[in-house]
Design a protein around this ligand. Sequence first.
Ligand SMILES: [Zn+2]
Length: 488
Amino acid sequence: MPSITLDNFINQSNVENQTKDSNKNKFYWTGHPFVDAGLVAILLIANKNKPEKLTDKDIEKAIEFASKLYAKKEWASYLHGKIFPNNGIIMSNPGMSKRRTPENIAKNLMELYNNISEILELSSKEKRCIICGRRKPYEKDIYRSNFPLLGTGGMLNFFHSANPKGEDICAYCLFLVQFMPLVAYNLPNVLIIHAYPYEKMLELCKESFNYAREHSLVSNARDFKKPENFLFKKIVEITRKVESKSKFWENVSVTLYYFRNGNRSGEQYVDIIHIPTSALRFIAFAGEMDYDGWKNILNMGWLVSKNRREKLSFEELEKSYSNEVYRRLLNEESILEFFYDKKEKKVNAKWRLLEFYCLEVLGLDNQTLEFIKDVGDRIVETIEKLEDNKLRQTVRELEIATKLYQFENFFIRVEKIRQQKGIPKSLLTFDEFARLLTSYGEDINTSWRVVRDLLLFRIYEKLHNRLIKAQFSESEEEEDEIYEGDEE
Ligand SMILES: [Zn+2]
């Protein structure tokens, strides 16, 4: 058998993949959020989920769908103001308002579609599109009016080559991006949800498309003002709806592009929010397993004054306010302290949710978690022998421990109580003591703070009723902030 080099192999399969006469209408994902979003829109219109299944008929249908909407006054001013200022293809340019009809827009889009060039051979030395790399750049210069966030002249250019004359983009990518607004969400800025595998993107963009189809209007993401709040809400909703539940989000990557490409200089910006996979899976699991618990956790984290907080429902808070829990999940910081409520001496969620968080997000191993849980139970077994006020005082010592030595003192105190109450075995063996206090030291994932939070969770879970009773006899200082962080 003759040996096959890699080049030979690629060239051969390339030939096989080509359609007989033309590969003009061959559709594929590019990895670019705006171009992929356009492709998602066309797929949703065609009710298909694979680009290679698209036909010329589907494209005609998509052009007709988009042109009808884009010709409407409210769409044109939205497109001109936030996405495509002065765009001549879809005619968002205010100077074109007289000629702006579905027919004229469709004509422009069809012309662009017909101008899509052949896919280049792998061996071709021709200049290639900076986005898909498969076709040669469109002959006409492409500026920010036709492709969001491209610079022109003195305007900010978000593309790496900072080409003052637009950018080398092919007609295929330029064509697709014109459909992107159909799946974008209009919060104060414009949100594109990009996901991989791409099938998940169809699911996440569907709401905007359905809204456009049913109401001929731009979706404002149900009035959500924060893109991450909206996404996390959607993750929970989709999880509860699909058959595979939280498994739906395994090995999924989601990134939010929150941008504006306005008309004036300085009105071009983009926030790129990558959603850590662990956060995505945790939120999905919370939605599936313990939605009430998850809401309790979120309710600890709203960044809003206490007075206003009391007047607003969960749904209202969720739409407008930032949440410390979201912020930490996005930055891969611990949210353990939100699993319990120090003031009310209660836990916010089920142990199962806490367990999932510790194992899957914090990366604790099962053994460690079981060990800490067991130590928690031994502490409970000890301090429950105290009378109410003493019990409360002892727990307070753990609650206010913000330094390692304070945390150590708590264990010494509990050990003494064990001796006083004549409980046979000591709280911890020497090895266990060393393991808890030294090997977990200041490690980010398993610091002693993690252990403290887990112990408090266990204590509140078991002794809530008694702790809350004891609380009545003590005067509590009023705290104005909703959440209290650790003092560093
Ligand atoms: Zn391209």
